[in-house]
Design a protein. Sequence first.
Length: 464
Amino acid sequence: MPPGTERAREGQGGRAMHGARPRSLGLLAAGVAMLALSLALILNSLPGGGRQTDRVHGGPRAPTASPRPELGWGLTHTQVSADQGEPAARKRAARLLADAQAPQNQHIMGWGAENPEPSPGEYDFAALDSRVELMRRGSGTPVLTLCCAPDWMKGGTAGETDWDELETAPRPEHYGDFAALAARVAERYPDIRHFVVWNELKGFYDDDRGRWDSAAYTRLYNTVYRALKKVNRANLVGGPYVVMDSVDRDDHHASRITGPWGALDQRALDAVAYWSDHHVGADFAVVDASTYTRDDRLSPDEFGATGKLTTVGRWVRERTGLPLWWAEWYVEPDGAKRWSEPRRRAVHAAALIAMARGGATTGLYWNPQRRGARCPGCLWRATHLPDGGGGTPLMALLARFQREFPPGTEYRSLEPEGPDAGKVRALADRSAVLVVNTAPRRATVRVAGERLSLRGHQVRWLRR
């Protein structure tokens, strides 16, 4: 995520109550025992043996027997999300998520979740339970990002949580403890089969050497991978969730992979390569990036810079040989607050096209929901408002992209024609075409045999 860590405790309610059981006598007790035995037999026949069934939360959806690593286009819940706020607004947002059929992701600590294990062996899953229930009410695939670590795993005091240290990595002697927590989480939500290990290599930068400590991260990853596969061999696990920064071409960290947007940071490439060469197994590769440089510059412009997403995707796919996930992507530098909504939507449409062209099969939009009425870049209006929960034009774009170009889509070569063709981007499969005018003024082109007159920054869908 961008600089400025969100405080994970903000806005959280009280603890949920778990495990309360009424007394039962006679035949009722026998019936309960028989039901428990039957359930145990069923669960033990499932992959992973149905172990730790007493730890399962709520009513899990029927898990996919053979989950695929390609999920399509969805979102990540952040500090404020649709499990909070006004009841009517929350219902509207839940319906929106159900209709979108989009994958949803949640971190296990921070970004809306409390410390899940404040002291060794003492758990607090109330906030995470709430987010998982929100994802379960949707129609897309739920995902968990295994970040971040309780304080006692990183040198802090057991029973305390210093949110200023959220981005600190666990110490090596606690990698096993973090893996055990990950396994406990996987057991608690057995319908969740997709797990991302850590977030942006937080806490793994080696200041002395001026590079990422890829070896340390990969040791953590491998420990967590083994633990998750032990819980259920059908669990799918990915990493390394590296930020693919770009720099000026004359920067001493510049790589040979360049474009009009600059050069990829060699340190990021090295981190992906090390993980790819040394992990014990992976089901998908995860990265994120912004289209602007670290000093907040876009080159050559906001639309031309989206080409970076295609270049990164192709490099990661070739280097790892794995399905590609975008955990986050950013196309709006600080000055974008002045953009009109049509311009913002057009830039995001161009970014989705660029990621698809780069071979991505999963993308999780970092949804920056706020409590107030104004929220540029949000997917729905804040559920803290009585009339909130309704979708934004950006949500409509993401949901339609997921519906028209689901996992497994075979894209067709399609180039706009005409004098304004250079201003227009297009992506197509056998039945749908997405067209984007990157110019602020009208553009006239021919696409898929149809003559179009597009308003400035218009995003348009066509049927084939």
